[in-house]
Design a protein around this ligand. Structure first.
Ligand code: SF4
Length: 210
């Protein structure tokens, strides 16, 4: 965990939470909304519509972005990224366990990427190891400082336990736990850039006839 090369890692091309610019390159862009609904949200046994949608999605240059958009916004109905709702179900169910370090790196670079539960836990652990103050974590995760302080305390316990179990030396502390800075202390001078508030996604198929 401590070897994550966050400071010098190259910039990623991950899509930000509010970034819908990929829709301009969608293969289904410009479709009549009614036709798009019939094609991408067909009746369960309308195999003809499903096959036609897949044919359209197959060469689409933003297929991956489309799939991620559906996963990150919990859009379980319809065809997204060339996958039907049945085909996407395991992806939806496994999303909280996704651990993509490029997303964690992007987060520490100030990007507003979507984090899974597993990635969020790694972020909190790293924030603790880096000595982040609760205010800074609160700002970055858009949670209140008290919650951030609790999360940093939990990370402190976890890191200490792990170091004990693996016999890792802790420079200058010999097993002492690093204290979590008080929320009353002066805020960090290097607070991350505030990130835009995530907008709830509409059920309408963004990227489909957008
Ligand atoms: S539904 Fe998604 S993958 Fe299919 S054509 Fe539209 S944007 Fe591309």
């Amino acid at each position: 965990m401590r070897d994550l090369p966050t400071p010098d890692a190259p910039a990623t091309d991950l899509r930000g939470i509010g970034d819908t610019s990929w829709q301009a390159r969608a293969g289904c862009r410009g479709m009549d909304p009614g036709d798009a609904d019939a094609l991408f949200f067909p009746l369960p046994r309308d195999h003809e519509a499903i096959a036609e949608a897949k044919e359209l999605c197959d060469p689409c240059p933003v297929r991956r972005e489309c799939l991620n958009h559906a996963l990150e916004n919990g859009l379980r109905e319809g065809t997204w990224g060339g996958l039907t709702e049945a085909e996407r179900r395991p992806w939806h169910e496994g999303l909280s366990h996704r651990l993509d370090h490029s997303r964690v790196i992007a987060f520490f670079k100030g990007r507003d990427v979507h984090l899974s539960e597993a990635e969020r836990r790694v972020v909190i652990d790293h924030a603790y190891v880096r000595g982040w103050r609760p205010e800074r974590l609160a700002l970055a995760l858009r949670i209140n400082p008290k919650h951030a302080r609790d999360l940093l305390r939990q990370a402190a316990d976890k890191v200490l336990d792990r170091d004990r179990n693996h016999g890792m030396p802790r420079a200058g502390s010999r097993g002492r736990k690093r204290s979590v800075p008080s929320t009353a202390e002066a805020p960090s001078t290097s607070a991350p850039t505030p990130r835009p508030v995530r907008r709830p996604s509409a059920q309408s198929p963004l990227g489909k006839a957008a």
